[in-house]
Design a binder for this molecule. Structure first.
Ligand SMILES: Nc1nc2c(ncn2[C@@H]2O[C@H](COP(=O)(O)OP(=O)(O)OP(=O)(O)O)[C@@H](O)[C@H]2O)c(=O)[nH]1
Ligand SMILES: [Mg+2]
Length: 208
């Protein structure tokens, strides 16, 4: 049993949704839960973490990190630091970390960062999440923006790079489009299996 929090409530296990700005974290949560979480065309729509009480679990929508239009470098760094600090604080309650990646941009960003000698932020975050959480699922979102014939190549590229980043476990990657509501029932069923393994009930997902 978990320690009660300051209000005396037992804390529910958390599922956190993390990822760069604008990749579709809030859209995925909205599609799964039907909750009207804020989504936006511009990066930086989610400014603070949002806790959603959802049956047996708490779902956490986390602000995106990385480039945010109109924000200073200092503020962008602050947001990233803040996200990392919060995730470390919640570590013991996190049952699953869902890392959302924009599959239509991943390779381009990966190559740009690598050519500068930097670790691509998606990959850096995958390693970090793998350290703080036993379970990590990567959602390759915005698959509707990738041409059908190149989708497998992009997906293989992502899996290879994730494997290099954290070689202890094979990465679990779900191809999805939050916009078209594709791939999300598979994500929901993986979450259900995990919850059942932990002796928890299945939540009622909003998917039809
Ligand atoms: N084409 C396409 N667009 C998507 C998809 N998922 C989300 N979007 C769009 O991407 C934009 C950002 O979506 P959000 O859900 O707000 O993204 P977020 O990751 O929560 O962004 P921040 O809170 O700013 O970090 C919105 O315009 C969405 O409609 C998808 O699967 N395909
Ligand atoms: Mg958001």
């Amino acid at each position: 049993m978990k320690e009660p929090d300051r209000t005396g409530n037992q804390r529910k296990p958390m599922i956190v949704f993390a990822g760069r700005s604008n990749v579709g974290k809030s859209s995925t949560i909205r599609a799964l839960t039907g909750k009207k979480v804020r989504i936006g065309k511009k990066p930086g729509s989610t400014r603070w973490e949002l806790m959603i009480d959802y049956g047996p679990i708490t779902i956490v929508d986390i602000p995106g990190f990385g480039y945010i239009a109109g924000q200073s470098k200092t503020l962008i760094e602050e947001t990233k630091k803040n996200v990392i600090q919060k995730l470390e604080e919640w570590k013991d309650d996190i049952i699953l970390a869902v890392l959302i990646i924009d599959i239509s941009l991943f390779r381009e960003l990966y190559e740009r960062w690598s050519s500068r000698g930097e670790i691509p932020i998606d990959v850096e975050f995958y390693s970090f999440l793998s350290e703080i959480s036993q379970n990590v699922i990567v959602v390759a979102n915005k698959s509707d923006k990738v041409k059908k014939r190149t989708l497998q190549i992009e997906l293989d590229f992502l899996v290879t790079k994730l494997k290099e980043a954290s070689s202890t476990k094979d990465p679990i990657v779900v191809l999805a489009s939050a916009k078209k509501k594709q791939g999300l029932s598979y994500l929901a069923s993986m979450i259900d299996d995990l919850l059942v393994d932990h002796g928890l009930d299945r939540p009622q997902w909003a998917l039809t």
